[in-house]
Write a protein that binds this ligand. Structure first.
Ligand SMILES: N[C@@H](CCC(=O)N[C@@H](CS)C(=O)NCC(=O)O)C(=O)O
Length: 214
């Protein structure tokens, strides 16, 4: 199986699929294609009909979207253990994953993912603040409901945690103030060995994309 990803420094969509596979020790070959380069533009059509990363190749099966990749890995390689076993919790995990996948545009714009960013707090506009508040509400709600079953949103690590992992890096690097429950969850995500591996690799990358720098 091959997972084509973007720069570890900048590509939050790539991180979601990569982290999900890595957390569950699903073996894959990693191919890194730095985004917004001529090499990316030349090579991506050979990997993805959508022209974006991440994209997964599993024999003849090509899956070109982070959420679809995680769902596929969950079904084919994890026998479903990448989502909560309870049907209600599973539906909620899918709802908050979809909410992340299709929403929070202001937050993405205002707080671009950049593993190497080290200039501290920034001011953010009211719309991005609203996104931050909604994410905090999601984290608090599910940590309160499922906190007794483990350290992640639904107790055990699931697809929902993979979807929110890039936001944890954003909140950390831009020093977003957080309440105790949200701070503890963020620390749990950041402490994952796979997250540390990704962040260190991202920090070591030398490419600079002005559009992703603040
Ligand atoms: N909805 C897609 C979004 C993928 C996406 O936007 N990927 C960005 C990198 S983070 C990309 O490939 N950008 C390069 C380009 O658009 O040329 C997913 O969930 O995988």
């Amino acid at each position: 199986m091959r997972l084509i990803i973007g720069n570890k420094k900048y590509s939050g969509w790539s991180l979601r699929a990569w982290l999900f596979a890595r957390y569950f020790n699903i073996p894959f070959e990693e191919i890194r294609l730095p985004i917004y380069t001529s090499a990316f533009d030349e090579q991506i059509p050979t990997y993805s009909p959508a022209g974006k990363v991440p994209v997964l190749h599993d024999n003849d099966c090509i899956i070109w979207d982070s959420l679809a990749i995680c769902e596929y890995l969950n079904e084919v390689h994890l026998a479903g253990k990448g989502l909560p076993s309870d049907i209600y919790a599973r539906a909620q995990a899918r709802a908050i994953s979809a909410e992340m996948h299709s929403g929070f545009a202001e937050l993405r714009k205002e707080l671009p993912l950049n593993c190497a960013y080290d200039k501290g707090a920034v001011s953010i506009n009211p719309l991005a603040k609203r996104d931050v508040q909604r994410i905090c509400e999601i984290w608090r709600t599910y940590r309160t409901l499922y906190g007794q079953q483990g350290n992640f949103l639904f107790g055990d690590f699931s697809l929902a945690d993979a979807m929110y992992a890039p936001v944890a890096i954003r909140f950390h690097i831009y020093e977003i103030p957080l309440a105790t429950t949200e701070r503890a969850y963020l620390n749990t995500l950041l402490a994952l060995p796979a997250m540390q591996e990704w962040i260190q690799a991202g920090r070591a990358e030398t490419d600079v994309l002005p559009s992703e720098e603040r």
